[in-house]
Design a protein around this ligand. Structure first.
Ligand code: MIC
Ligand code: SF4
Length: 642
């Protein structure tokens, strides 16, 4: 293939290609410069890295963050933190201590660099695209392999050019841009694609707004999202004291995109996502007046320096409405320090907003759950059923501007209605940088002892793929099943992330609390689903725990990218129905039989023994992936190749 004029995503990918070319859909392997993990996925990722037997990471930079499992209501999370700190020190990994902030925001501020590749065991890793990185979310095992120096395998995405024209109007911000993109493209509109932002409107957006947009691009199912690295990027990095990592990165003049979308910033209005999907988006004014019980500020999407200063400005001299409770988790210690020193914290505290710690917190149901049937307006990125920790709560996603307006009035309110003077927040010339919460790895790794608590159980193993899979359909699901349905999170379940036998008891609990018991009693079986199965987070526990329960294959209309990769990594056969109407030919409880000794053709015949019908199913696996499935998963495959 001859490359002429390249867009930005193609340029960065081309610079990192180990195998393959830029033809959309073809298998490629990319060199990974940086990795990040967070604690909820990190414990598994490091156990897997350890199992590879490689003494020191081979990346340019690897960072282990603690930001999710922060509510220490027992020994489990604290033990995990200690394990993560010690194993990082031993293997050449920087450790960001609990309290230093949410991985994506800290990484953007302190470590990210334009033009680099970043692989993170968290689906919102694309936040780094806000400074011109190709930053992708993946399962912990893929990140472990990248730390071991292996390239990351994926299919070359299509590149979508999202052209921004005009300039955002007062009280409209980056969050409204991505909510509008979600409204237009839906939660499956980005699968197999990279969203590249272009056009004259880009220059009007500062890095925090850009990072909000690339962060929540994860909700499109996109592989990642990317902005150019320009003067605004340079100013941000200079203010972080990291001018030396800046390089200008722009698409070639006259380059083209596989698909195009136009967003006019001039006419964009405040938007809001309604329960229970981030693409269920309307204009705020369309649902104005709905009573609100809780407002939650923060998360990796919206707790930057810009966002917190906008909040402070809007709250000055005002009090939150007495019918609701409002809380803020600042995204990083760095921005927390900033608002302490510039005084922006004062109107926030005086308004009655509860100050929570710099962590994921309420976003993942780690505390601050809403009341029964409560309406919660959140500056976060996901409003999936049950994610708040209160199953019958109704979560809405909006910008900090809209969230402040709701907090002040006690009902859904368009921020433009408050009559507050607009503000433009300029970034400081120099941020108050203090990296003392980041602990560098040891110079004497042999002396470091890895400390494991009783909650850290060994990795479960899987046998090689047999010639025949037989079992019952344990569950039949609808479209858009998220990993929060498959492997719920929240304050009670998250502390079990390093204990697969214990966490597996909660698989599919949101949909069917009997699932784990039935799966174990049946000796495993199959799950049948609709489109976009496994959307949302990168948590490999959504494959690993079902594997532990004996899940043999998942048969759906289509998969989300990261979950598909996780199923392959853990040896669960991913299948799609050749004819979508055949979805109706399988019922929960049916017994299925599948001959899998020859996967070379990509097509298999699934026998539904109960109904006496044969159904044609497809698998998306290339030869490498077939070998992984046959070996019983990617770890066994990687070890056999060493
Ligand atoms: C999420 O936002 O869903 C999480 C919790 O950050 C997950 C990771 C996890 O489940 O640990 C993600 O986005 O990948
Ligand atoms: Fe944390 Fe929420 Fe961001 Fe996930 S989406 S990394 S839980 S803040």
């Amino acid at each position: 293939m001859i490359y002429m004029k390249l867009n930005l995503a193609q340029k960065i990918i081309k610079n990192h290609l180990v195998t393959g070319d830029l033809t959309p859909g073809s298998p490629i392997a990319l060199r990974i410069d940086q990795t990040l993990t967070q604690d909820a996925t990190g414990t598994m990722a490091y156990l897997q890295f350890e199992a590879l037997g490689i003494p020191r990471v081979k990346t340019e930079l690897s960072v282990s963050y603690v930001d999710h499992n922060m509510l220490q209501s027992g020994f489990e999370n604290a033990d995990d933190h200690r394990f993560l700190q010690s194993i990082a020190s031993k293997h050449g990994i920087y450790f960001s201590r609990p309290g230093n902030g949410i991985c994506h925001q800290v990484h953007l501020e302190r470590f990210g660099a334009p033009g680099k590749t970043l692989l993170g065991s968290d689906s919102h890793t694309p936040t780094g695209g806000g400074i011109g990185m190709i930053a992708m979310g993946a399962g912990g095992l893929d990140v472990a392999l990248a730390m071991g120096g292996q390239p990351f395998n994926l299919r070359m995405p299509k590149i979508v050019g999202i052209r921004l024209e005009g300039k955002l109007q007062p009280f409209v911000s980056g969050k409204d841009v991505i909510l509008e993109v979600l409204r237009l493209l839906t939660v499956k509109g980005g699968v197999g694609k990279i969203m590249e932002y272009t056009g004259p409107g880009v220059a009007s957006l500062d890095v925090p707004d850009r990072a909000t947009i690339t962060n929540m691009g994860a909700e499109l199912g996109a592989t990642t999202s990317v902005f150019p690295s320009d003067d605004k990027t340079r100013r941000f990095l200079e203010a972080q004291g990291r001018a030396e990592v800046w390089t200008e990165l722009l698409p070639d003049e006259g380059c083209s995109y596989d698909e195009d979308l136009l967003i006019n910033l001039n006419t964009l209005e405040p938007m809001i996502a309604q329960p229970h999907m981030p693409d269920n988006v309307v204009k705020v004014k369309e649902i104005a007046g709905l009573p609100v019980d809780q407002v939650a500020f923060g998360s990796c999407t919206n707790s930057s320096y810009r966002d917190l200063n906008v909040m402070a400005h809007m709250l000055k001299g005002k009090r939150v409405h007495p019918r609701l409770s409002a809380g803020l988790s600042p995204g990083s210690k760095l921005v927390f320090d900033e608002i302490l020193h510039n005084g922006a914290i004062i109107p926030i505290v005086e308004s009655g907003i509860r100050i929570l710690e710099s962590s994921c917190g309420a976003c993942i149901g780690m505390g601050f759950s809403p009341p029964t049937e409560g309406v919660s307006v959140r500056t976060f990125n996901r409003n999936f059923l049950g994610r708040t920790g209160t199953k019958n709560a109704r979560a809405y996603l909006a910008s900090p501007e809209t969230a402040v307006a709701c907090a002040l009035t006690g009902e859904i309110t368009d921020p433009r209605e408050l009559g507050i003077d607009p503000i433009t927040v300029a970034l400081p010339d120099k941020f108050l940088v203090d990296d003392s919460m980041v602990i560098p790895p040891s110079d004497d790794p042999d002396s470091v002892e890895v400390i494991r608590g009783p909650n850290i159980k060994p990795l479960p193993k899987k046998d090689k793929l047999p010639d025949m899979l037989i079992g019952k359909v344990l569950l039949k699901t609808e479209d858009n099943i998220t990993t929060d349905h498959i492997m719920p999170a929240g304050a009670k379940i998250l502390p079990l992330r390093s204990n697969i036998p214990a966490i597996s008891e909660h698989v599919f609990e949101v949909i069917d609390p009997t699932f784990a018991t039935r799966a174990k009693a049946a000796g495993g079986g199959f799950v049948v689903g609709g489109h976009n199965y496994g959307q949302g987070s990168s948590r490999e526990h959504a494959a690993l725990a079902p594997m532990y329960l004996g899940l043999k294959a998942v048969i759906v209309k289509s998969f989300a990218r990261i979950h598909l990769a996780n199923l392959i990594n853990f040896g669960i056969l991913p299948l799609t129905l050749e004819n979508e109407d055949d979805y109706d030919k399988v019922a929960q409880g049916d017994t299925l039989e599948l001959k899998v000794n020859d996967l070379s053709s990509g097509k298999l015949l699934l026998c539904n023994r109960t109904q006496g019908i044969d159904i044609s199913v497809l698998h998306p696996l290339n030869q490498r992936e077939i070998d992984i499935i046959k070996a019983g998963g990617a770890l066994a495959y990687a070890k056999a190749k060493q």
